[in-house]
Design a protein around this ligand. Structure first.
Ligand code: ARG
Length: 415
């Protein structure tokens, strides 16, 4: 009996060809696994296609809830955004896929796992670092990195082996989708000066074509997890679907980014992430109200580390465990409601409230009822300015250069 390989199968050209190629080149029996992280596909025909191409077995795993609970919402609580732009959709899905591939390999007593990534991207790193962390004994094969076929050769390989070439092959783009967002690369997008053509976007309306009336919505959070829309309780998966649709309709969530890949390449990425855009903004607004200044500042550093770690394929690490513990702890009081306005591509926070709000009207108001002791400010300023006065006296006054040395231009005498 041949050894078995678990192949992460998308139904696209490369992974379909990989089914044939793995059995021809390596003599392996292929078990195709398609993981549903909210990428809205026709999973029964994908399954059938794997069998038609020659897979021994084809499995579809609904991982939407796992994805949201263990990956998306912790990343939201962390405010994880790579390089200030990318809410990490694709990157977040890979460690979950690695875990499910390994679990399936164990169930099926397979010796090997395979994925369809090329040798130029981040996803190969995320899959392989994840798989080897969870199961160091499993072999990994990356057919598309090994076979040395270009696009045309892959298509003719498919045709020679009676594999139907999907119509999406005519699309110039390379797309990856999950609940948290859609990633789009290749084709004309590779010219960073070219504005993405309308067909680069499928989840979001062009802001110009978005409704002329704004939409308002209230999102309720419990300890940093979104739990309701407009006061109505809703599960995480449905909430994200709802927001992708609603915010996408208003043109919210388009991102055009030159990104630093782990393998050293800069690449131009087009993302659509309507739900992620809305939720990250709402979550940050609620944190601004419920966390102290120092908590917020420290958390920003954690957010950057957390985003990098996800992007760089280091999900299964102790550093992650430690950062996640901090993030979870930081969310104790991030409970409340945020009101947002969606209009022509913009998402704006227009209201927020929380039982743990640190915003104190009595302290903030300039109207009657002001409880802030303004006379105490003089003493505060005296102490606060003390080191500044000391330094200027000793080091800065009289210097030609430095923050004190600005000289006003000579005034012309008028005659
Ligand atoms: N650049 C993004 C990342 O590394 C998205 C990659 C998406 N993959 C794709 N085949 N389009 O997470």
């Amino acid at each position: 009996m041949a050894d078995k390989v678990i192949l992460a199968y998308s139904g696209g050209l490369d992974t379909s060809v990989a089914i044939k190629w793995l059995s021809e080149e390596y003599g392996l029996d292929v078990i195709a696994v398609t993981i549903d992280v909210g990428n809205e596909r026709d999973f029964s025909s994908i399954r059938q296609k794997a069998l038609d191409v020659g897979a021994l077995k084809a499995l579809v795993i609904d991982a939407k809830e796992l994805f949201v609970t263990y990956f998306v919402f912790p990343a939201l609580q962390a405010d994880a955004i790579y390089e200030g732009q990318y809410p990490l959709a694709t990157a977040l899905s890979r460690p979950l896929m690695a875990k499910l591939l390994v679990d399936t390999a164990r169930d099926e007593k397979a010796t090997t796992v395979a994925h369809g990534c090329t040798g130029k991207g981040n996803d190969q790193v995320r899959f392989e670092v994840g798989i080897s962390a969870l199961a160091p004994d499993l072999k990994v094969i990356a057919p598309a990195r090994e076979w040395g076929m270009n696009r045309e050769q892959t298509i003719s390989y498919a045709q020679r082996h009676g594999i139907t070439v999907p119509v999406t092959v005519s699309s110039p783009y390379s797309v990856d989708e999950c609940l948290w967002g859609r990633s789009n690369e290749c084709g004309v997008l590779e010219d960073p000066w070219v504005e993405p053509p309308p067909d680069a976007y499928t989840w979001t309306k062009s802001p110009a074509e978005a409704p002329d009336e704004p939409a308002y919505l209230d999102i309720g959070f419990d300890k940093g997890i979104p739990v309701s829309i407009d006061g109505e309780k809703i599960d995480g998966v449905s909430l994200i679907y709802r927001l992708n649709e609603l915010a996408g309709r208003h043109g919210v969530g388009r991102i055009d980014h030159i990104e630093n890949r782990l393998v050293g390449i800069k690449s131009r990425e087009i993302y659509e992430a309507p739900a992620a855009t809305v939720l990250l903004q709402a979550h940050q607004a609620l944190e601004a109200m419920t966390l102290s200044k120092e908590q917020l500042r420290f958390k920003q550093k954690v957010a950057m580390e957390y985003a990098d770690l996800i992007y760089n394929g280091l999900w299964f690490t102790s550093l992650h465990q430690d950062l996640a513990a901090y993030v979870r702890s930081s969310q104790r009081c991030v409970t409340g409601t945020v009101r947002l306005k969606l209009f022509k591509g913009n998402c704006t926070v227009v209201g927020r409230k929380s039982p743990f709000s640190l915003y104190d009207y009595g302290l903030a108001t300039y109207d009657k009822g002001d409880q802030f002791d303004q006379t105490a400010s003089a003493g505060f300023i005296h102490i606060w300015g003390l080191p500044v006065r000391t330094q200027t006296r000793v080091q800065l006054l009289g210097q030609d250069e430095g923050p004190l040395s600005i000289t006003a231009p000579q005034k012309q005498e008028e005659d």
